[in-house]
Design a protein around this ligand. Structure first.
Ligand SMILES: NC(=O)c1ccc[n+]([C@@H]2O[C@H](COP(=O)([O-])OP(=O)(O)OC[C@H]3O[C@@H](n4cnc5c(N)ncnc54)[C@H](O)[C@@H]3O)[C@@H](O)[C@H]2O)c1
Length: 430
């Protein structure tokens, strides 16, 4: 099948590469000509395990190509995926500027029946909006379907190819049949429904997961007060199949390119309809406070953070990505700078991104994880990168000025850390 993917970010690039690997002819279109030039030579501009080798293989076989030529990309395929960004707008709404532009481009170059697939996360009603926009520029027949994406950065290839489910909202039988063909070779459970429900499924799913995280974080904070252990609590809860054991890891808050903006966008949609989503609003507010838990712990240890050197281990919003969007590290850096602290920072893949986003003010960017401990009064583990297990903690501790270690992701063993001489605390554990 001939497939075009518009937008070559985390979602578009992964989708395009996987579709090519499954035997389709894929054209990826982006307005960012620098990115397209890199991709055509097999260079992946994001960090995503396994993606580069899959991409190179498919460039070599001619199954995938990258272009900035809108007319060529739109007119050459039967199915067109829209995978452009839908960032948070000024009033917390999903900013549909890029989606509208793409709809206009599709309308301009539409040359026969095609299925237009909204893969970007978009509010209920966006398929109608895309349809209207295309119709402004074209009289050709087409259908718009909703096919939200559930992949997680860091595990994107596997999630895309073997996800729990593929959701397709299609209001026409013709489009539904074509989408069945697109996903024929996937083993994931396929769920077909109406367009608007599919659009809601994505937001409802992300908001539910955000609620689950904030729920366990609140329980963790209470565990600290009553001297219970949140890991035991989560394990005991998760054994109940109605609850499940996933997304019950306490920590210093969720970030990333999806949860924060999708939570805000659904609250905004509800408000537009005069509805208030109290549980989801509470999850958001709990998360905002949770991002400050490490700062509160540091202040309770030191009194004032002025002049203290704090090491930050990990900066990306989660391991195996260089994505810093809404990362807890950004909140911590801002707060530490506000309190006059000096910062040592290291991340295995997000150093360049951090340097671009954060102005140097008192930050010493380190070459490796151990250097974060150098002269530090305290170290905070912000992102649970697996490779931090390789740090020689005996040597690292010797580099420190103080001995405080705050484990924001409950990665290390409390007993072992105390035995090593750290003044160790984590989130909700004894
Ligand atoms: N990142 C994730 O983990 C994830 C997971 C599920 C869903 N989503 C959703 O998927 C969508 C895309 O997210 P992302 O993280 O891949 O975004 P991204 O910001 O990484 O990439 C978007 C790409 O679209 C391109 N673009 C913008 N306007 C364009 C236009 N008019 N024509 C062609 N290309 C254009 C940009 O240059 C960029 O390369 C969003 O709605 C997001 O919420 C993301």
């Amino acid at each position: 099948m001939k497939v075009t993917v518009i937008g070559t970010g985390y979602v578009g690039l992964v989708a395009g590469t996987c579709f090519a690997d499954l035997g389709n002819n894929v054209i990826c279109l982006d307005v960012d000509s620098e990115k397209i030039a890199k991709l055509n030579s097999g260079v992946v501009p994001i960090y995503e395990p396994g993606l580069e080798s899959m991409l190179k293989r498919n460039i070599a076989s001619g199954s995938i190509e990258f272009t900035t030529d809108k007319k060529y990309a739109i007119s050459s395929s039967d199915v067109i995926f829209i995978a452009v960004g839908t960032p948070m707008g000024q009033n917390h709404e999903a900013d549909l500027r890029f989606v509208r532009q793409v709809a206009k481009d599709i309308g301009t170059y539409l040359n026969g029946y095609k299925v237009i697939v909204n893969k970007s996360t978009v509010p209920v009603g966006t398929a109608d909006l895309v349809k209207e926009k295309i119709k402004e520029f074209s009289e050709t027949d087409f259908d718009v379907v909703s096919n939200p994406e559930f992949l997680r950065e860091g595990n994107a290839l596997n999630d895309f190819l073997n996800g729990d489910r593929i959701v397709v909202g299609a209001d026409s039988e013709k489009a539904k049949k074509i989408m069945k063909e697109v996903y024929e070779s996937f083993d994931s459970e396929k769920f077909f429904c109406d367009v608007k429900s599919a659009e809601m499924i994505k937001y409802a799913s992300n908001c539910f997961l955000a609620v689950k995280i904030s729920f366990i974080n609140e329980i963790a904070n209470l565990c600290e007060k009553v001297n219970a252990d949140v890991e035991n609590v989560a394990k005991g809860m998760g054994l109940d199949s109605r609850i499940g054991n996933k997304f019950l890891n306490a920590g210093i808050g969720y970030g990333g390119s999806c949860f924060p903006k999708d939570v805000k966008a659904l609250i905004r949609t509800a408000n537009d309809y005069g509805v208030s989503l109290k549980i989801i609003e509470a999850a958001e507010s709990v998360n905002d406070s949770q991002k400050l838990v490490a700062i509160k712990k540091l202040i309770s240890k030191f009194g004032s953070l002025n002049g203290k050197r704090i090491g930050l281990l990990g900066l990306s919003f989660k391991p195996n990505t260089d994505d810093l969007r809404e990362a807890t590290s950004l909140v911590l850096i801002e707060e530490l700078q506000k309190h006059g602290a000096k910062i040592n920072a290291f991340d295995p893949s997000a150093m360049n991104e951090t340097k671009k986003m954060i102005k140097g003010n008192g930050i010493s960017f380190k070459e490796n994880a151990s250097d974060v401990f150098d002269s530090a009064d305290a170290v905070v583990l912000v992102t649970e990168w697996n490779e931090f297990n390789e740090i020689n903690l005996i040597q690292a501790k010797k580099l420190m000025k103080g001995n405080i270690f705050i484990d924001g992701r409950n990665m290390f063993n409390p007993k072992k850390m105390s035995e090593l001489g750290f003044d160790y605390s984590s989130i909700g554990r004894k």
